[in-house]
Design a protein around this ligand. Structure first.
Ligand code: KDG
Ligand code: MG
Length: 412
């Protein structure tokens, strides 16, 4: 079998997505997600100009070899653009292999290790009453684990508060553009870490009082704290028994996690902006984290995601793959197959795509009683409706950024 075509499809139904569609001489097709939120067109060029010409005529069955060839022959290794492009090729080849075998990809990875994937959704509110409504709304949608983000008194606009609120049946449209926003320039948000550190423990105390001790609760610090601030937050949240505290410090400074670990037993999750297995090497080996936040899309696909999880298994570190709406249904499906197959699955983030996105990407996964399952269609179980995709041209959109009260740019 040979690859005869590889097309890059850009579409913006509810938000921008970049999808690679590989076609073989036997008429089979495979899909890969190459969406890099806010920098989408850089990956489009990388694929169209530098990867697609290398794929034509090659054997789609050679997944590992193709991955190593694209990674090593570029010479310029790693980085989100390169790894999103390689990830899309890798997913598309697994999709094709599954279709040839007549099996869902999880069967090719060793078969199911569980019947479903526990998923968490995003509850948020500017105030406590809004937050409680949002938690109830997510419970009504079926979620059994919930991420909690709230407004902070004195700050106007911060990460993680859904831009729209509404009844449970509108939940699927809530995260259309989140957290990127359409427009020519990025939106500016404000930040004050001391105000945040004072407020967040009171929020978790209130949520525990309202919803009891059982509900698994998560929180995302979104890279904003210094190591000692993160240590303080982890310690102050211990009474509320978090499932995890995510991205408590900026990911570049991995030594920070040593200091945080010395002070708190709150479990730590990190890595949604990592793009290779090597980014996790020390953190896993030194047991500085509890959950791997990588996404198939930005991490080079299914092949390296499986490898990092096998490595993590030796250190009792579990998966918590990144699943916001900027991971397309193809990328989400890819990591659901990995999550179902590995032994050390932890939890899967699942925010729900909008209606138009679900018309462009026809999916076969299910979400029942808080558990996801990728379905049993051969391959990844997602098909792209190219005509539907064509209705929605790319629209410029950027992630917001932060400034402190004195105008200093801060981590977002
Ligand atoms: O594109 C950036 C988003 O994917 C990110 O802000 C979402 O932090 C995020 C999360 O945990 O889902
Ligand atoms: Mg995050």
């Amino acid at each position: 079998m040979k690859i005869t075509a590889a097309d890059v499809v850009v579409t913006s139904p509810n938000r921008n997505f970049v999808t690679l569609k590989i076609t073989t001489d036997e008429g089979l097709t495979g899909l890969g997600d190459a969406t890099l939120n806010g920098r989408e067109l850089a990956v489009v060029s990388y694929l169209r100009d530098h990867v697609v010409p290398l794929l034509i005529g090659s054997d789609p069955h050679r997944i590992e070899d193709t991955w190593q060839f694209l990674y090593r022959s570029a010479y310029w290794r790693r980085g989100p653009v390169t790894m999103a492009a390689i990830g899309a090729v890798d997913m598309a080849l697994w999709d094709i292999k599954g279709k040839v075998a007549g099996l869902p990809v999880y069967q090719l990875l060793g078969g199911a290790s569980r019947s479903g994937l526990m998923a968490y959704g995003h509850a948020s509110g500017a105030s406590l009453p809004e937050l409680f409504d949002s938690v109830r709304e997510h419970q009504a949608l079926g979620y059994r684990s919930i991420r909690v983000q709230t407004g902070v008194p004195g700050l106007n606009r911060i990460y993680g508060i859904a831009s729209q609120s509404g009844p449970a049946d509108a939940g699927a449209e809530r995260y259309d553009h989140e957290p990127a926003q359409r427009g020519a320039l990025p939106a500016e948000e404000d930040w004050d870490t001391r105000a945040y550190l004072r407020h967040i423990p009171t929020v978790f105390e209130a949520v525990r009082n309202e919803f009891g001790p059982e509900l698994p609760l998560l929180h995302d610090g979104h890279h904003r704290m210094t190591p000692i601030q993160a240590a303080k937050l982890g310690k102050s949240l211990e009474p509320y028994d978090l499932f995890w505290l995510e991205d408590c410090t900026p990911a570049e400074n991995q030594e920070a996690l040593r200091l945080v670990r010395q002070h708190t037993t709150t479990p730590l999750a990190i890595g949604e902006i990592f793009n290779t297995v090597w980014d996790f090497q020390s953190l896993i080996k030194e047991q500085l984290i509890d959950y791997v936040r990588a996404a198939s899309t930005h991490f080079g696909g299914i092949t390296p995601l499986r490898k990092v999880m096998d490595y993590a298994a030796q250190y009792q570190v579990r998966s918590g793959f990144h699943g916001p709406t900027d991971i397309s249904p193809v990328g989400l499906a890819a990591q659901m197959h990995v999550g179902l197959a590995i032994h050390n699955f932890g939890i899967q983030e699942y925010m729900q795509h909008g209606t138009k996105t679900n018309e462009v990407f026809r999916q076969s996964f299910t979400f029942e009683d808080g558990y996801l399952h990728p379905g049993d269609q051969p391959g990844l179980g997602v098909e792209l409706d190219v005509d539907e995709a064509g209705k929605y041209p790319y629209e410029t959109a950027y992630l917001p950024y932060n400034r402190l009260a004195d105008g200093t740019v801060h981590d977002w």
